[in-house]
Write a protein that binds this ligand. Sequence first.
Ligand code: NAD
Length: 522
Amino acid sequence: MLMNNLDPEVAEKPDELIVYGGTGRAARDWPSFHAIVRSLQQLDNDETLLVQSGKPVGIFRTHSEAPRVLIANSNLVGHWSNYEEFNRLERLGLIMYGQMTAGSWIYIGSQGIVQGTFETFAAAANKSFGGSLRGKLVVSGGMGGMGGAQPLAATLNGARFLGMDVDPARIEKRLKTGYCDRIAWNLDEALSILKGAEALSVGLVGNCADVLPELVRRDIVPDILTDQTSAHDALNGYVPNGMELKEALALRCENPDEYTRASVAAMGQHVTAMLALKRMGAVTFDYGNNIRAQAKKAGVEDAFEIPGFVPEYIRPLFCEGRGPFRWAALSGSPEDIHTTDRLALEMFPNNEVLERWMRMAKDRIHFQGLPARICWLGYGERAEFGLAINDYVRRGKIEAPIVIGRDHLDTGSVASPYRETEAMLDTSDAVADWPLLNALLNTSAGASWVSIHNGGGVGIGYAQHAGMVVVADGTEACGRRLERVLTTDPGLGVIRHADAGYPKAVEVAREKGIRMPMDPTR
Ligand code: NAD
């Protein structure tokens, strides 16, 4: 999976070990990468490898049902948890940015986020457009690893999509993988392609901080407006406007402070235009890249009038313990994934969202790297499905083990006050004990590898989160581990939300027999 993260079809800049999300890396440097591979090849079944910010640091004797790898990325003591300190340590080669699934080796390319994006746009359609985006215009920035899923997610919902990216290579990658339909080199060209079209996407080469104010001037109001540029990182992610991309990259090397200032100022202009379009009628939301906080630094005091996508569209799923669940076929055979698709449809015949998704995914989603699938499953369903996959591996119905994991966007595994835990009813948004408990619980339950990260999605200091992976290899021992891990994992989210006073979460916890010693309703 480490190598799959860096497959050229999967990673954004594999030569630099960059997987996605600005500078989200799989390993700290190439010597560390090779040392991790050597260590994994030599690891015994009762040993555990420790990886500290992408560098392997020790192998310890544990036991056969303990995780084989424990990973910690980008963690800094609270007071020092900021980009100033992180960038200083990174320059010294002492730390790396793990993003969410890059440093935890469970990134599977844009195919890993496309369902979540599809469901978010569908939820926006339900809330604001009577259930359909047919003929509507969705506008967003960023066509990178995560953002590149937006054009396909929009057209699968029947919408027209206009996306901006400063780097034509990113748009071209989406054309090649079938995520985006057309490229345009200026706004007029993009608008003429979209005129009268249905379910069509265009990637426009341009800077959001230039293009969005132009939409305001021309009175062009999108139906849905969001953003997935790498805004969480003002130095290594977001590109300032008013200059060519080449010039910006030169400035980044020569004068990082000036670059950061220009980048924050550009984000201010970008969000000011988003606010203007919102007031003109666009359904506008933040898509988890922390651009509102960056704009606030630039003096845009009302940046947080733009709501976040989690409280707006996803929170109700978290309250039920639903979350993104992904798996990859180590055989490399697409047929193994098609077999699991059929299995999921047989097992959950009443899950309409799953049915709709699986039907589309089979026809429209190109595999990147190892064949993989993602879908949102509920509490209990994941454990049931994981066990069924393990059984298929045991019986040879699937050729080789299946790697099962989730990203860190999950109910109990993240504290991110500008994203997953924005606006908790009990104001516990910033309490970071939960993801740490999540990692400890997954370790106790025997996941194959477990990770703890700081700053994924929204940048250093803004989030704490945990990831887990469990490998279904068809053995009985693995079945035990799978059941424990997949049952405890979303359960913690249900408890957290119950604790935050969400009535639905209390109900689900009771129904599923989760014991809450401090039941908030008692
Ligand atoms: P990425 O680095 O792969 O891509 C970002 C893209 O933004 C790049 O292609 C870059 O050229 C472009 N860009 C930068 N500045 C720009 C500007 N001013 N105008 C136009 N384009 C610009 O990142 P990604 O993996 O696509 O993630 C995007 C953002 O979303 C990141 O901040 C990431 O942390 C966050 N994220 C969101 C989710 C989610 O679930 N919504 C999950 C993980 C991460």
